[in-house]
Write a protein that binds this ligand. Structure first.
Ligand SMILES: *Cc1c(COP(=O)(O)O)cnc(C)c1O
Length: 472
């Protein structure tokens, strides 16, 4: 054996036999040809660091140089890949937080692109040449579409909640039901946001039941707000009671205390026809008389990440003047995409918004897409007779962590492979365009509801690659 090819040359500390970062990086550069030097060096450093730790714990043996080069090359390619990059969402979850939530409409993406690539009248009124209101168009549209007196927008709904609490209740008390002290994915926890806003939390009721009397008893001279929080990622069933927003508003009025609702997933169009609970419809929440309602731009609205606040004029004006608003403000690309999305709703072109289109697509059409995909995959599977590909009806939770308990009829392509579903799913994730699927009852399910144009070809390629690598 060529002594140089073995990393561990001595019998003493195996770490001493590891190649230097430079030597490993050189070998990897030769292998990869045109990979950027920074990525190769970084990958070599990280792989060697990790290996040193493993060796010191006796968790592994020293690998051959060849294996080390291969591992480092793979890691370097991973570092070179732009992030975030495209994946196929075959999970059926229309609003999938880990996959970037709402997909923007082409028009919204084009608007963001144009705002990014040119100077714009972002804060200028071309008619007068004077400074203009950056949010003017968006807040006008939002107010009109929600039926509120005024509106404001910030970076995301967590920021909107923070801004509202800071503006309306800093240094005072906010009353919240124990059933609504929730944690939303990505570390949004209601008690912690309240704390950050300098607000004292007054918990009322119990986890499953909160009554009007609980709120009334909790209101005191220092109460600034009653806060209602939508339980966006779980349901409470069985022996339950909660105080609805209209009743909460009535209690607030009795005592001269404002009401804020963190709605989370709010829609500007009525989706109750799909079976979605009415509380997601923002105009209905505004009509119930809350002082302020906030919701996300990239959930049911189907726009870019943003936190939208709609409510009474004085309340919105106070938030606009809060110095925090400047720290939480929207960037111009997002603003352009949001403006486009709101105009699509205002103009009755909301069918161009992918989130709404996907949610409303009739199951017969989803089935057609599943069948077309299956046809492609059956051809690929012809070379692997042990693969079973079939189209089956299913029901899927389309809201991820945003619409608990809400499911739609859908159609999936189910693939069963001798290697097992987990292995197949992981091979599909390793494809050039990673494919995210559901795994159930020993099958990989590819849900056609969330497939976008071009995804069929990407899935086909993923399966071809998995077969050619002998994974499946
Ligand atoms: C999603 C959600 C949030 C967080 O919204 P982001 O836009 O992700 O910041 C806050 N509150 C509720 C009730 C939510 O559903």
């Amino acid at each position: 054996m060529n002594p140089d090819s073995q990393v561990n040359q001595g019998s003493e500390d195996p770490r001493r036999g590891l190649p230097s970062v430079d030597r490993l990086a050189r070998a990897v550069s030769e292998r990869l040809g045109d990979a950027p030097a920074w990525a190769v060096t970084e990958a070599a450093r990280q792989v060697l660091d990790a290996l040193r730790v493993e060796l010191s714990q006796g968790a592994t043996d020293s690998p051959e140089l060849e294996e080390l080069v291969e591992r480092t090359a793979a890691h370097a390619l991973e570092l070179v890949r732009p992030r975030p990059s495209r994946v196929v969402n075959a999970t059926g979850v229309v609003l999938h937080t880990n996959l970037g939530r709402a997909v923007l409409a082409d028009g919204a993406a084009a608007a963001a692109n144009e705002a990014a690539r040119s100077y714009s009248d972002l804060e200028l009124d071309p008619a007068t040449g004077r400074r203009g209101n950056r949010l003017g168009s968006v807040s006008g549209l939002l107010a009109r579409l929600s039926g509120a007196e005024a509106a404001f927008a910030v970076n995301n709904n967590a920021a909107a909640t923070l801004l509202a609490l800071d503006t309306l209740a800093r240094g005072r008390e906010v009353v919240v039901s124990r059933g609504e002290l929730v944690e939303i994915g990505g570390s949004f926890r209601v008690p912690e946001i309240l704390e950050r806003a300098g607000v004292r939390l007054v918990e009322v009721g119990t986890t499953n039941r909160t009554h009007a009397e609980d709120y009334r008893r909790a209101i005191g001279p220092d109460t600034a707000l009653l806060l209602k929080v939508h339980r966006s990622n779980f349901e409470i069933r069985g022996f339950t009671a909660e105080v609805g927003l209209p009743e909460l508003v009535a209690i607030g009025r009795e005592h001269g205390v404002g009401v804020l609702e963190d709605l989370g997933s709010g829609s500007l169009v009525d989706l109750t026809g799909l079976g979605l609970p009415p509380e997601h419809h923002v105009p209905g929440r505004v009509a119930s008389g809350a002082d302020c309602v906030c919701f996300s731009g990239d959930k049911l609205l189907g726009g870019p990440q943003a936190g939208l606040l709609v409510g009474r004029r004085e309340v919105v004006e106070a938030m606009r003047k809060n110095p925090l608003a400047r720290a939480l403000r929207l960037d111009k690309q997002t603003l352009a995409a949001l403006d486009w999305t709101l105009r699509a709703v205002a103009d009755g072109r909301d069918g161009e918004i992918p989130t709404l289109r996907q949610l409303r697509e009739p199951e017969a059409q989803v089935r057609g897409r599943a069948e077309a995909l299956a046809e492609r995959l059956v051809k690929v599977a012809a070379s692997a007779p042990a693969l079973r590909v079939e189209v089956v009806a299913d029901r899927a939770a389309v809201g991820g962590g945003t619409l608990p308990g809400f499911e739609l009829d859908t159609w999936v392509v189910a693939i069963q492979a001798p290697c097992g579903a987990d292995r197949l799913a992981s091979a599909l994730r390793a494809a050039p365009v990673p494919v995210m699927s559901r795994v159930r009852d020993g099958a990989v399910l590819l849900d056609a509801r969330t497939l976008l144009e071009g995804d069929d070809a990407a899935i086909e390629l993923a399966l071809v690659e998995a077969l050619s690598r002998g994974v499946v």
